[in-house]
Design a protein around this ligand. Structure first.
Ligand code: AMP
Ligand code: MG
Length: 311
């Protein structure tokens, strides 16, 4: 299949409305969209990504009202929606009947998000229907933060790419399960634990072991990993070399083939996945990544760095 490249949301929506797949920018990472109620279109998303069928998809909608059509809203869920929607927060809720089982991987719950990005909202409006949209990468690769990264992974495998700017945040959405009494953060993201606790003080991070794997199927799979080996390294442990890249807040000692010194944690998050992909494109063997404090957005950044470094 030839992948249409377009900056026109109406052309992208036309591909989706006839049951095709189309990647598009959100504020977190680029997503691979398809009509959530079209089982064949959803199947094409799993196929294009090589995604394991036991990893459910996030449904993207235009408004909190549309969330209520897909899932049962409880008081805590409504409070999170009024505080953080639209935005980089995904809620796991009890599903209403109607979605193809492949969307939820057969679970009784569904993950839903209202994206804030103008490009995503224009596309949702032009399409006029909820879209599944997992990150638009081949399964196991880092999430794409530019349309070029989507093309590198999925050219010829998807119907279209809605070309927009590099994504603002650069890390995937925060995922919070609100189906039980204690809200659980299944995946940290730009909406931080502190942000969530300001609205729902009882919110907890998911602990490893726990029933984390059952609650968050995606966490079973290897994620966010470039081909190069990722090593967490303070400046004092830096090992410069012509086969290595550095990314962090501090300048490293000289001798790295690629260096990304980030202004702050937000800039680090914004640049991380692109740095992974550039290191791979250059055939580098190793990426030294400087750790940051486990607080705020740093918690999400460290989650991705730890996953990438565990092989
Ligand atoms: P991705 O869109 O590729 O960033 O991945 C979506 C993430 O949301 C994965 O970690 C999924 O496991 C998670 N997710 C989607 N639906 C559910 C659900 N019903 N229950 C728990 N986690 C979910
Ligand atoms: Mg993904």
């Amino acid at each position: 299949m030839t992948t249409l490249l377009t900056t026109d949301p109406d052309r992208a929506a036309a591909v989706l409305r006839r049951g095709g797949t189309c990647a598009f920018p959100t504020e977190t990472v680029y997503g691979l969209g398809a009509l959530a109620h079209d089982a064949d279109a959803v199947g094409a998303v799993f196929e294009a990504k090589g995604r394991p069928p036991d990893n459910p998809l996030i449904v993207h909608v235009q408004s909190a009202d549309e969330v209520a059509a897909l899932a049962r809203l409880t008081g805590p869920a409504e409070r999170l929606l009024s505080a953080f929607a639209p935005g980089p927060l995904t809620l796991v809720l009890w599903a209403r009947p109607g979605l193809p089982p492949s969307v939820t991987a057969g679970l009784p719950t569904v993950a839903v998000r209202v994206p804030a990005s103008r490009h995503a909202r224009d596309l949702l409006r032009a399409t006029g229907a909820p879209l599944v949209a997992p990150s638009a990468n081949r399964s196991g690769r880092p999430s794409p933060t530019t349309w070029q990264a989507v093309r590198d992974d999925l050219d010829g495998r998807i119907g279209a790419i809605l070309q927009g700017p590099p994504t603002e945040i650069g890390l995937e959405s925060t995922v919070v399960d609100v189906t039980e009494a204690v809200p659980l953060v299944l995946r940290p993201g730009a909406v931080s634990l502190d942000d969530l606790r300001r609205v729902l003080p009882e919110t907890q991070p998911v602990t490893r072991g726990h029933d984390a794997a059952r609650r968050s199927p995606g966490t079973r799979h290897r994620h966010y990993a470039p081909a190069a080996r990722v090593r967490l390294a303070e400046v004092a442990d830096a090992r410069p070399g012509s086969d290595a890249a550095w990314i962090g807040l501090s300048p490293p000692p000289p001798g790295y083939a690629r260096v990304a010194v980030c202004r702050d944690v937000a800039d680090y998050a914004h640049r991380l996945f692109d740095a992974f992909r550039r290191a791979d494109a250059d055939g580098l063997a190793r990426i030294d990544a400087e750790p940051v404090p486990d607080e705020g957005l740093g918690l999400a950044l460290m989650d991705r760095l730890r996953r990438a470094s565990q092989r």
